[in-house]
Design a protein around this ligand. Structure first.
Ligand SMILES: Nc1nc2c(c(=O)[nH]1)N[C@H]1C(S)=C(S)[C@@H](COP(=O)(O)O)O[C@H]1N2
Ligand SMILES: [Mo]
Length: 422
């Protein structure tokens, strides 16, 4: 069976699409069958159902993993009313988001492989013979468009480059739904081909079947083995050069990863500097106070915060971009400070930064995190006073929470509804 070199039907049989349109579609004139439209212009035995479906299984599974881990990340940051994200285990978000980014990066070479396997289909003629083929082809367009969009915006987000005018998170979230819908449509539309492709044994003859390329090793064509090797190497190269931002032992070889665990002031990467946030003066102003709204309104100095019982917790910063890094954080428990302000255990609060703009200047601390003994107003990092770039004089650090919600340079804490202002 072949995907691309089926001889065009030249018989007078009525084709389903002709019936729908009420007229017989003309066959293309031979003069137009040039270049890639020529019959047999894709002799490589690699453009097969077997190859397309095998790569498709990997690609499709990867997309589903990215979709589910992406949903989690979106819901944690913007929770629907029914969604509860726990404060423990402390590493859970680190794992789901690390998986999201690592799998997403590995999908880039896989998508290229898949497109290469099936691109001759673009030149098949006539473009569709049945209404089902029209649906199938449109689903491919949507699928490829959505997949390219997701991988591209994901990559741009990792490099913190936002050349587009829309919100990254909203666009990535909605396109995720489109992509997963297109994957399901695609699997449905191509079910017979996929079933045949997966049932086929991996012999060269099977790959070349119907092509008249039984040996599959024709001069100038890529051999099956070289093809698989290239796909595996490409994916491996992405893994090695990027995954070090998530998996520390790979850090030395991850030359393309923008942030590496353990590197940065006080042994921790910085995502937004004090200068970048415009807080270099306000953060060191002697008039600085941390305001806590509640039945008893507090205006705390740094010394006041140091006078609370101090606790140390080892917690990761787990950025949505995939990098994560453990650190020892020391400071009062958020719940002790809320208690002093007369607020109930587990009150949902907004924590606001000194920063006057930017998407991460406010975050919401949901009930489980507000009540957790591990949620700190950190004054110290890895045994030293917090560096300005890490949030001096005080930052929030909570277990099992995206880095984007570990707000730095705190100015005010106020009770509020869940999901607002994050
Ligand atoms: N006020 C404020 N807090 C912030 C940010 C910010 O831009 N402004 N960036 C967040 C992001 S995206 C991450 S990943 C963490 C990183 O913390 P670090 O720079 O101390 O490693 O801080 C978070 N806290
Ligand atoms: Mo982040």
């Amino acid at each position: 069976m072949t995907l691309c070199t089926t001889p065009p039907e030249r018989t007078s049989v009525t084709r389903p699409l002709d019936r729908v349109l009420g007229a017989r579609l003309p066959d293309p004139p031979d003069a137009l069958r040039r270049g890639p439209f020529r019959e047999g212009s894709f002799p490589s035995p690699l453009h097969t159902e077997r190859r397309a479906s095998r790569v498709g299984v990997w690609l499709g599974s990867g997309f589903v993993v990215c979709f589910l881990t992406g949903l989690i990340s979106h819901w944690v940051q913007q929770p629907p009313s029914w969604f509860v994200w726990p404060a423990s285990p402390v590493w859970l978000y680190r794992v789901t988001q690390g998986t999201h980014v690592m799998v997403g990066l590995a999908l880039v070479p896989l998508l290229l492989v898949k497109l290469w396997t099936v691109y001759p289909k673009l030149f098949s003629w006539p473009p569709a013979r049945t209404p089902a083929q029209v649906v199938a082809r449109v689903s491919v367009l949507v699928l490829v468009g959505a997949a390219v969009f997701q991988l591209l915006t994901g990559l741009l987000n990792i490099s913190q480059w936002y050349p587009f005018g829309f919100s990254f998170r909203a666009a990535h979230y909605w396109t995720g739904w489109i992509a997963v819908g297109a994957v399901l449509t695609h699997v449905g539309a191509f079910a017979p081909q996929i079933a045949r492709g997966l049932a086929r044994r991996g012999t060269a003859a099977a790959d070349g079947e119907g092509d008249g390329e039984e040996d599959g090793e024709e001069d100038g064509a890529v051999s099956r083995r070289a093809f698989v090797a290239a796909a595996v190497l490409g994916t491996g190269a992405v893994a090695l050069t990027q995954w070090g931002q998530t998996i520390s032992p790979l850090a030395q070889v991850s030359v393309l990863a923008p942030r590496i665990p353990g590197y940065g002031p006080q042994g921790l990467p910085v995502n937004q500097t004090g200068a970048g946030a415009g807080v270099t003066e306000t953060a060191v102003d002697p008039a600085w106070r941390l305001v806590v709204e509640g039945p008893t309104r507090l205006e705390l100095t740094l010394a006041d915060l140091q006078a609370f019982p101090q606790h140390t917790e080892r917690l990761p910063i787990a950025c949505v971009e995939g990098w994560s890094s453990d650190a020892d954080w020391t400071g009062p428990r958020l719940r002790d400070v809320l208690d002093a302000a007369g607020l109930d255990r587990g009150t949902v609060v907004h924590v606001e930064s000194l920063q006057t703009g930017g998407s991460y200047r406010v975050s919401t601390v949901a009930g489980p995190h507000s009540a957790s003994a591990k949620t700190l107003l950190a004054l110290r990092l890895n045994g030293q006073e917090l560096a300005l770039d890490h949030g001096y004089p005080v930052r929030l650090i909570a277990p099992n929470r995206p880095g984007a919600m570990q707000t730095k340079w705190l100015a005010r804490i106020a009770p509020g509804a869940a999901g607002v202002g994050s």
